[in-house]
Design a protein around this ligand. Structure first.
Ligand code: B12
Length: 484
């Protein structure tokens, strides 16, 4: 049995090299999209951080990796096939999210019909619905949970060697018509032991987000898990594990020096959970003299002035705050512990220190009515926010909100969808009687009210740093007015 200890993970090298083709499929707006189509279409182009981690892990163990980001490069299926024929992989690694299961699978089925190669799928979705997903026979192996231990162990086995697979933790595989699931995989306790995402395998100049200043930009994760229990997110079930400042700055340094990346978007559920860790990271970034910019996601109730000062000094340019609602009862239902006053104060403080602010809001929470939506829209306009995003509430699998949905509607929407993916019908929302069209209309209304205020437009014009940014903003503003 392949037993890799955490402390040996970074030095573990394979005794039998495999070839792995990692494919990130194209994706666009989907029917149950929480965001408005115009927002999604202008969101930007991101690489798959998850798959870059997988690539880093496979390479780190000594295997050969071909990384095809079809979403960013827009290469055709024929080009993908050509690449596969040239590379001759032992496995195709693929990603699926619950939302996009149909689109992701359709793409894979077509590919596999021409290039039959064992397909391996992992990610959050696979961890939630392993059995249902394995019903799709195009998938040969699934990874359940983090793959830092299980992937090196899996790749050490001969290709599709079922006997050896049985000893690999955290996988599910099909042998003839039956699926077999192995014991759970341990997770990394010290996340510094993970290999860095293999950004050298992609053309980083292809990526940007709507509000980034630079094209060479990248998503980044400085921790795993989240200690909070917001009812709409599944991350709260996992233990928080933060990386050390040294380890983070080492990754930033490589990305800057070797890939020319200047802007980093930290996707941690909440970057500011441990004050000392945050200040340490900032100090190390300052000491490194890296001329980089970065942004983070945070909560108003776990940030303070000292942290903000350090973050500003270390070139943190924007903080994304989860505000969610302007109604105190809804905030309690969502298990957001912060109150409206705290939100206002933290946002003011952030602005005072010179960091720009982005607020996330949701429409369609349990208990939502026309009146509470109005409170949310009004509240958003009174906050010192540079940007706001209004999304439709979506009961995502493995969340408490979805448990409420199951109780109320007695129908396992996502499980059924995963078994028989079809074009989605809008999912209902627990505790909310407003129809989907009305929620959609309110989101649009919220955007128009927030972004079309004369004082907002004036401030936004002062903030614009280039003609390109100005054109992008005007284009989206116009689309927003006309989009359905
Ligand atoms: C960064 C991020 C993005 C970025 C980059 C995409 C990416 N996945 O990296 C952007 C902005 C593009 C994005 C887009 C979307 N995202 Co996103 N994203 C994240 C986020 C915040 C971090 C991902 C990450 O890098 N984590 C760190 C790594 C180490 O953990 P990991 O992703 O779980 O990967 C580990 C294992 O799962 C496993 N693994 C993962 N994939 C694979 C594949 C193989 C072959 C193998 C062997 C192993 C393996 O190995 C990794 C190392 O251990 C997660 C939430 C979170 N905190 O994890 C959401 C999350 C993955 N995203 C999600 C969703 C829904 C989306 C979108 C559909 C949103 C939208 N409406 O467009 C799109 C889908 C894009 C796509 N096709 O991947 C959901 C997925 C839920 C689900 N049930 O499927 C999550 C969990 C957020 C949430 N709570 O809703 N996302």
């Amino acid at each position: 049995m392949i037993n890799i200890k955490e402390e040996n993970l970074s030095s573990f090298r394979t005794s039998s090299k495999k070839k792995v083709a990692i494919i990130y499929p194209p994706y666009g707006s989907i029917d149950n999209e929480p965001g408005l189509k115009v927002v999604k279409d202008n969101y930007g182009v991101f690489p798959s951080l998850s798959l870059l981690y997988v690539a880093g892990c496979a390479q780190g163990a000594g295997h050969d990796v071909l990384f095809l980001d079809v979403n960013a490069t827009h290469i055709s299926k024929d080009d993908v096939l050509e690449e596969l024929k040239r590379f001759q992989p032992d496995y195709i690694f693929y990603t699926i999210t619950t939302y996009q299961l149909k689109e992701n699978l359709d793409w894979l089925i077509e590919l596999k019909s021409v290039y039959p190669c064992p397909v391996v799928v992992g990610g959050v979705h696979m961890g939630i619905y392993p059995d249902e997903t394995m019903r799709h026979t195009e998938i040969d192996v699934g990874f359940i949970g983090e793959c830092d231990f299980s992937l090196p162990a899996f790749l050490e086995c001969d290709v599709m060697d079922y006997e050896a697979f049985a000893k690999v933790p955290g996988i599910i595989y099909r042998k003839e018509d039956q699926t077999f699931r192995t014991r759970n995989t341990p997770v990394l306790m010290n996340v510094d032991n993970a290999h860095f995402p293999a950004r050298e395998l992609i053309d980083n100049s292809l990526y940007s987000s709507f509000i980034t200043q630079y094209k060479n930009f990248t998503p980044f994760i400085s921790s795993r898990g989240c200690p909070f229990k917001c009812i709409f997110c599944e991350q709260g079930e996992q233990k928080f594990r933060g990386r050390s400042a040294e380890n983070i700055v080492q990754e930033l340094q490589i990305a800057y020096e070797q890939q020319g990346i200047r802007e980093f978007d930290f996707f941690d559920s909440s970057f500011t959970i441990q004050k000392d860790r945050v200040i340490n990271i900032c100090k190390k970034i300052i000491d490194s003299n890296l001329p980089i910019f970065w942004s983070v996601r945070s909560r108003v109730d776990c940030i303070n002035e000292e942290m903000l000062h350090w973050m500003k000094k270390a070139n943190c340019t924007r903080i994304y705050y989860g505000i969610e609602s302007g109604n105190a009862c809804i905030l309690t239902t969502l298990k957001k512990s912060a109150n409206l006053e705290q939100m206002r104060k933290t946002i003011d403080l952030t602005k005072k220190i010179g960091i720009s602010t982005f607020g996330y809001f949701m429409v369609g929470s349990p208990g939502e009515t026309k009146e509470t939506v109005r409170e949310t829209i009004n509240f958003s306009k009174t906050l010192n926010l540079d940007y706001a995003q209004f999304s439709k509430v979506t009961p995502m699998p493995a969340t408490q909100l979805y448990a409420m949905y199951l109780k109320e509607f007695q129908h396992d929407y996502w499980r059924e969808f995963v078994k028989r993916p079809s074009h989605q019908i809008a999912i209902q929302r627990p505790g909310c009687t407003m129809p989907d069209e009305e929620i959609q209309a309110y989101c649009k209304q919220a955007y128009l009210e927030f972004y079309y205020r004369p004082d907002y437009i004036f401030k936004a014009l002062l903030r614009v740093k280039s003609m390109n940014e100005l054109f992008r903003s005007v284009k989206v503003a116009l689309q927003m007015r006309t989009a359905g």
